[in-house]
Design a protein around this ligand. Sequence first.
Ligand code: MN
Length: 496
Amino acid sequence: MKLTDLLRFNQIVIQLHDNPDADAVGSGYALFRYFKSLGKDVKMIYGGRNVISKSNMKLMLSELEIPLEYTRELEKPELLLTVDCQYGQGNVAHFDAENVAVIDHHATGKISDEMSEIRCNLVSCSTICYAMLKDAGFDVNADSRIATGLYYGLYMDSSQLSEISHPLDRDMIDYLRYDKSLVTRLKYANFSISELETAGIAISHNNYLDKYRAAIVKSDPCDPNILGVIGDFVIQVDSIDICVIFNECAGGYKLSVRSCSIEAAANELAAFITAETGNGGGHFNKAGGFISADSLKKVTAEPIERYLAERVEEYLTCYDVVRFTDGIKERERFARFRKKAGIFGYVKSTDVAPEGKEFRIRTLEGDVLVTSRNDIYIMIGSVGEVYPVEAGKFHAKYTPLDEPFTGEFEYAPSVIDIAAGEPCEILPYAKKCRAGQGAAILAKPLDKFTKVFSAWNYEGYMSGQKGDFLCYTEGDDNDVYVVKRKIFDALYEPVE
Ligand SMILES: [Mn+2]
């Protein structure tokens, strides 16, 4: 769905979920301003049992002058647009409407269609609205109140930005011109005394799995942000390397995951725990997730606490580790392959940034730090995957062509100038290259989930599932990497 698709309606009511949080309000307000700017008859409402009472939310509404109305009755509008929630859910007061549209980031099994935009890979609904408004040509920086609302929405839904994962979330942070002093005030009006007590009770009742240096912590229902705060505290305990903090929320359970173990990324663990029941993701050290109560019922009859402990144990005992310093083990199990002749993209790092400058390559998998040098190139694969390569290796494997490289990707690869903090796209600089013959690699399919610590300065490790390929550049036993099975099958062929 595009926002412009909704312009055929004139009377629009934006509905937030009951007990609206910063993300719902920030998202709703940005949309409100968009429709208002186009002369629509628009209002912003929420229903349910409670009127907003949290001090940060009251401050947000008054300082940003957000015309949010609490209502128990609504005259049937031409369009009801539920934001940060889905029509018909338990935490969304029911109102009749002639037409219903949805913008949300919660995984409920429902997918996007012509009247709904559901992106569960984004940590906040504010990010979806940012992207949709940008698409519709609306400048969210035109009024800092709009930008501030979106920023604070993302901030609060990502446990203070620590659980973001998608490059769009990061782009939004870089882009928004928000009111910094107001955000600071909001940050320090976050918890009430009773929530402080809730956090204290949660911490003193943790379930410690000493064999795995892991802790599962249950909190009473509270603001989801408390979970992140508890996690940040618990992970500092000397005998705890991993912790999962959770509580009940509308429709299921909200999770915060923390890890200081180099081999167990929090985002991977969050995705693993929630794989069958919801969604999860974030950073290497901090991540978040959601488990839907309905989905949980389908996979287990156990209490959530047991289920979480079992999933953590299962995760921690399910993988192998390969380090680039190990060299090739069991060489006889590897076969020779080479890249099929094909067209790829490449960019010289010095085209993107002056020599010696450090920049980040922003990809779906995360940011990779690179220092611009004559002998460092950036490769762009057929599905938009991006990685640094030494010029020597590049010229051995590829023939550069003097033609621009173009492609359509879910997220167009971009780089960030670290000093300036500005994102810039790299596709405009990209040229084609042809994979040459004789670029042989040694590869074998993985028998199980494997984590690979490569020689490049990645934020952690690459991981492969069973069936993905573990690869070495022939002649360099330390140049190890993982290629997803689908990509491997498309790009490589066996060499006799
Ligand atoms: Mn949200």
